[in-house]
Design a protein. Structure first.
Lengths: 171, 570
């Protein structure tokens, strides 16, 4: 089963490496990973997507908690979080196909980031599933290059702020 | 107070109450050694190899209960510390390693003796720092000691570029530091402890399964109180040997691959296992799915990640063992006599399945060497034992009796051959009053023998008893039992080197013994000498270590003793 983890870490050298090294060493696979700043200059947020059983997820959370730079580990449960991803897609676009591609882009709310004589670079922000769909639809037109950021997530504004951390699970 | 970074490191060590450090100088750590020459209250023990320095720091930590300190230079000096760091990580030994690094502006250029030691050690340290600003040194040193000894103990590494050691700072040692991501549990949850107490009170066949965490937590008194008040039998793992007095009627041996049958049966036939700072290691459980099939598990540990990692814990209690055990003892409602039938059953098994070996033939038996050591030291009460890794280590577990905490120091999790000699030197530095004996194998001895020079010159005398069978004995045992006697690359020979002559070359006393008479005579002389001694006990190389749980087998299917027809051949 797939899980999204949101991890707050101290913005210190090596913090990301300590986390990824722990995953590698304990035999857990990371499907996607996004890192960036938060509202606090000394804290970064890492959003991780992992595919594992519940038992392994618990181990992952606990092992991450033991890392000195890790401040908080929270699972973003589906339905209780907002998850977004940014994708850039370069699609072959001869003049004859442009109208069709533009129409497709409009349905998904994708922006044209760059336009060349033979291709278009689309920029799409959406849920990872939306990006999957858009990717699938443009692929037959000739998807030349694709880059995705990996998902970012936050708990929903409507949800209480209490994090589901292993320290609170394990009494 | 103005000083340079190197002096500041020493002032930090002094402020932390460090009395001994172990190390070996080199280019990138020169400023720190220069600062030592200017003066410090911390004794420096000069090892002959950085691996030796690291294991000495481990031996010191395990014998004293304090944080061990090892110092090395950059590059190869630092990489030589990797084995002790990995060992300390597996066995949760508190260790602060200080390494020199090339000057800051050279980092990343493949400079002479440069290596990314913080990168190399990431999977085997609790935390590490590459010090980039001399002003941060006091906070980092404070954090290093704090992290090494709080929560689950373990190694940390501080890598200090040479220019940072030479840079000036206005030194003051901080009283406190902020570590927002480091919050080890301070107490166990009362409701969980109450649930554990109920489980203990209700159990017919409870057992305390004690690991090294009990020693790290300084919780041996509380452990004894719990066992005695609730009349609970106790098994102690390799890491916990000496955490509970082995002569105590409630001590029922040690579980695992070469543990006695009665101990393994007691643990595996229990209806309640109370794990105390133990981690259900594969060498203890055997086949996990068949381990203690009828037992409910109470797991007491400071490390939440150990809970249900291997075996599901029905009642976990995460917290420091000292207060957790004390509270548990207080709240258990003991029914008098409840565990007596169970204790009686275990005693019966003990009588039925004693440890034994064949005492036939001309050759000295390895088990006899350990028995003789036990016999001659039983009345002394000043012994600290260290071991290497292999058959001799298992025999030491079987035949040495430890009644005082921190008197048996061995490499458990990593299984580091060569651990014994340097660990003995470190233990002697921690406890100069003790008689420190390293029970070693001939293979192990040859991995770290150079530290005999350290023992002699630093006046830290140790006694090394080599159970010399001329083979990598444990490998031989496995090739014999599981690889159809295809012996491959295990023969070291019993006579080369001449260990007694080697001991004399290092300025110690050397003995070669081939029979019981010589054995007793040389052991007596060594124990009375107060000098560094090596006793080369040439033993029967055919002897295997039994009982044994074959790898991958269930613990209950342990092979107690082979039938006559299965006498191993050479």
């Amino acid at each position: 089963m797939k899980h999204t983890l949101s991890v707050l870490v101290e913005n210190k050298p090596g913090a990301l490496m300590r986390i990824t090294s722990m995953f590698a060493r304990r035999g857990f696979n990371i499907e996607s990973l996004a890192v960036g700043p938060t509202e606090r200059h000394d804290v970064s947020r890492i959003t991780l997507r992992v595919d594992c059983e519940h038992h392994s997820l618990e181990q992952i959370e606990k092992q991450m908690h033991k890392l000195v730079n890790v401040l908080r580990v929270q699972e973003l449960a589906p339905g209780e979080s907002v998850e977004r991803e940014l994708a850039l897609l370069k699609v072959a676009a001869p003049a004859s196909k442009r109208t069709e591609l533009m129409a497709l882009a409009e349905v998904f709310g994708a922006r044209v980031a760059d336009l060349g004589p033979d291709s278009i670079v689309f920029e799409l922000v959406g849920s990872p599933e939306e990006i999957d769909s858009f990717e699938e639809l443009v692929r037959p037109h000739g998807l030349q290059e694709l880059g995705r950021t990996g998902r970012l997530g936050l708990a929903r504004a409507t949800r209480s702020q209490r994090p589901r951390s292993s320290q609170q699970v394990m009494v | 107070m103005k000083m340079n970074g190197a002096d500041a490191i020493l002032r930090c060590l002094e402020a932390e109450g460090v009395d001994v450090m172990f190390g070996l100088p080199g280019g990138a750590i020169l400023p720190l050694y220069d600062a030592m020459a200017r003066g410090t209250t911390v004794r420096h023990v000069l090892a002959r190899h950085e691996q030796g320095a690291g294991h000495m720091a481990q031996g010191y930590a395990r014998a004293s209960g304090k944080v061990g300190v090892a110092v090395a230079t950059s590059g190869p000096g630092a990489t030589n510390l990797v084995t002790p760091i990995a060992d300390a990580w597996m066995d949760s030994t508190p260790l602060v390693c200080i390494t020199g690094q090339v000057r800051s502006f050279l980092i990343g250029t493949d400079a002479f003796q440069e290596c990314d030691i913080t990168g190399i050690t990431i999977p085997i340290v609790k935390h590490s720092w590459l010090v980039q600003d001399v002003g941060e040194l006091p906070q980092i040193m404070k954090a290093a000691f704090h992290i090494a000894r709080t929560g689950r103990c373990g190694p940390v590494l501080v890598d200090v570029p040479r220019d940072v050691q030479e840079a000036e700072l206005d030194f003051s040692y901080p009283d406190s530091i902020s570590l927002p991501g480091w919050k080890p549990p301070r107490r166990g949850h009362s409701r969980q402890i109450a649930a554990a107490a109920q489980a203990v009170a209700a159990a017919e066949r409870p057992i305390l399964y004690v690991g090294g965490g009990a020693l790290n937590a300084h919780a041996t008194d509380e452990l004894l109180a719990l066992a005695e008040s609730a009349r609970l039998p106790v098994v102690t793992t390799l890491m916990a040997k000496s955490a509970f007095p082995e002569s105590h009627e409630l001590h029922v041996g040690w579980p695992g691959m070469h543990g006695p049958k009665w101990s393994n049966w007691a643990l595996n036939k229990a209806d309640l296992i109370i794990a105390v700072g133990a981690r259900f290691d594969d060498r203890v459980t055997g086949k996990v799915s068949a381990f203690a099939p009828g037992a409910t598990v109470v797991h007491l540990d400071i490390d939440a990640a150990e809970i249900s990692k291997i075996r599901h814990a029905d009642i976990p209690v995460v917290g420091p063992l000292k207060p957790v055990l004390a509270e548990l003892t207080k709240v258990i409602e003991v029914t008098e006599g409840r565990t007596e039938p169970w204790l009686h059953q275990i005693a019966e098994w003990r009588e039925q399945f004693p440890l034994r070996y064949r005492e036939e033939g001309e050759l000295l038996k390895p088990q006899k060497v350990i028995e003789a050591l036990q016999e001659l030291t039983a009345a002394r009460g000043d012994l600290i034992w260290t071991t290497g890794v292999g058959q001799h280590q298992m025999w030491a577990m079987q035949y040495i009796e430890c009644n005082e905490p921190r008197t048996f120091i061995t490499s458990g999790g990593l299984g580091t051959m060569g651990y014994g000699i340097p660990a003995a030197v470190g233990a002697k530095a921690a406890r100069p009053d003790a008689t420190v004996v390293c029970i070693d194998g001939d293979g192990c001895f040859q991995m770290t023998q150079q530290e005999l020079a350290t023992a002699v010159l630093e006046e830290l005398p140790i006694i090394v008893v080599i159970v010399n069978n001329g083979y990598l004995g444990m490998v031989r045992q496995w090739q014999d039992m599981f690889f159809d006697e295809r012996f491959s690359q295990i023969h070291l020979t019993q006579t080369l080197p001449d260990y007694a002559a080697l001991a004399r070359a290092y300025g110690g006393l050397g003995f070669t013994v081939e029979n019981e008479e010589e054995l007793y005579a040389s052991l007596r002389e060594a124990l009375a000498s107060g000098r560094t001694c090596v006793i080369d006990a040439r033993v029967d190389p055919r002897e295997h270590c039994f009982p044994m749980i074959p790898a991958g087998a269930a613990a209950l299917d342990l092979v107690e003793f082979p039938a006559e027809s299965e006498v191993p051949t050479l």
